[in-house]
Design a protein around this ligand. Sequence first.
Ligand SMILES: Nc1ncnc2c1ncn2[C@@H]1O[C@H](COP(=O)(O)OP(=O)(O)OP(=O)(O)O)[C@@H](O)[C@H]1O
Ligand SMILES: [Mg+2]
Length: 500
Amino acid sequence: MSALLEFRGISKSFPGVRALAGVDLQLRPGRVHALMGENGAGKSTLLKILSGDLAPDGGELRLGGQVLRLGSAADALERGIAVIHQELQYVPEMSVLENLLLGRMPSRWGFVQPARAAAELSQRLQAMGITLDLNAKLRDLSTGQRQMVEICKALLREAQVIALDEPTSSLSHREADQLFRLVCELREAGKVLIYVSHRMDEIFSLCDSASVLRDGRVVAEFERLAQVSRADLVHAMVGREIDDVYGWRPRAIGAVRLEVQGLCSARLPQPATFALRRGEILGFFGLVGAGRSELMRAIFGADAATAGSLRLDGQALRPEIGACIRAGLMLCPEDRKEDGIITGRSVEENINISCRRQGGWLGGFITAPSQERALAQGFIQRLAIRTTGPQQEVQRLSGGNQQKVILARWLAERDLRVLIIDEPTRGIDVGAKREIYELLQELAESGVGIIMVSSELSEVLGLADRVLVMREGAIVGELARAEASETAVLQLAFPDAQAA
Ligand SMILES: Nc1ncnc2c1ncn2[C@@H]1O[C@H](COP(=O)(O)OP(=O)(O)OP(=O)(O)O)[C@@H](O)[C@H]1O
Ligand SMILES: [Mg+2]
């Protein structure tokens, strides 16, 4: 079948950056096409052009052979193009119903009839197998549910083209499964689907074909992904071989560094007990809702402990943020985007603002003498942060590059004893992942105890020296690296796996 959607010579520049340098792509209906590439390669920019949010500097889009001129996002939707962006924009106070009907309130008789609209909508959603509370406000939904609203909007408008920009990066397993099923149904229905993700497992299980962008150009196209190896795909993206992305190596594990004894909080009712050693990378795995983040927050004092105690290098430590920071126990939170980025400030300032050196949690800025500049430069190079320079405002970076900047802030901390890092490589490309794993191992080799929380099983198995599995708010199992197979971990993590 011939292409339904075509990008021809699309280019786009921002001050100091050529984001897209003549992109040609042909997309056929009934297929899921992966758009891949390193952080900053131009994927989101291309999708913003498709959605009418950005105008290209040159080139054209064609739908069914006709040139598309998109003046706005509303134009694109009108033409049957729906893009679910990497960073969802939404009005928190708006209800699901209002959102779905945005610009579409049935006003045949010149006025809106919300009750009638709601009844019609419920019926259609039910037919699609989607459960959404139409009266809920967007602010009260999870990211996954908000995404579902966006997808429903696309479905209700009978979009022909649906593009998803890193849709699963903050979804629970269940939500991701629901999304995958929906994508497969849309493929069956003959839609054009474009899928952006840094997760190889997803790409291979969901997508039929792929294009790889590098520096704003298409550098490789794979018609049939089923015949392509991971190594080939990685090579096309980063331009070099990465045979072992984790690069785990054995290291000396020392004395107990952190002891957690019977710790509870309001959100963690069951007491948690475990120990972490010097030089150890301890992986915490569990499904979303298993209590991993709650446990970490209780240790760090982000949630008040209601029972239990901590010992750091044999000394009692109050589970309280100030005390933890002073003692060198740091938590790099999961939601770095909301908790971490300081907009309006430069890349350099964002790396150098210290959580510890100022004595407080994100205490304040440090003026940037040459040392700070060098530190920033080092991370920019090492993590391949795509920026016009250390002075660039951080919000101008692509999503993954912003993540790298925030991570660098934690990796740069001095005098650390324990680092708790939640989802360390979310949204980060495979080349930089390799570097982050290397940096974590270097920290461990210097004696830091590292707790890594991740919902990517391959990451936990690849990097951890030991794995603790949580389920329904409790630590339910411990596996040494040698015994931590995928099956063994999943059997502990899934509530029904043991019965089955
Ligand atoms: N509004 C903007 N102002 C300046 N530069 C921008 C802007 N938007 C994007 N860029 C730059 O364009 C380039 C491509 O960014 P884009 O967001 O398309 O990357 P991406 O492939 O989606 O990366 P990621 O995997 O990190 O999401 C980057 O160098 C980015 O810094
Ligand atoms: Mg992007």
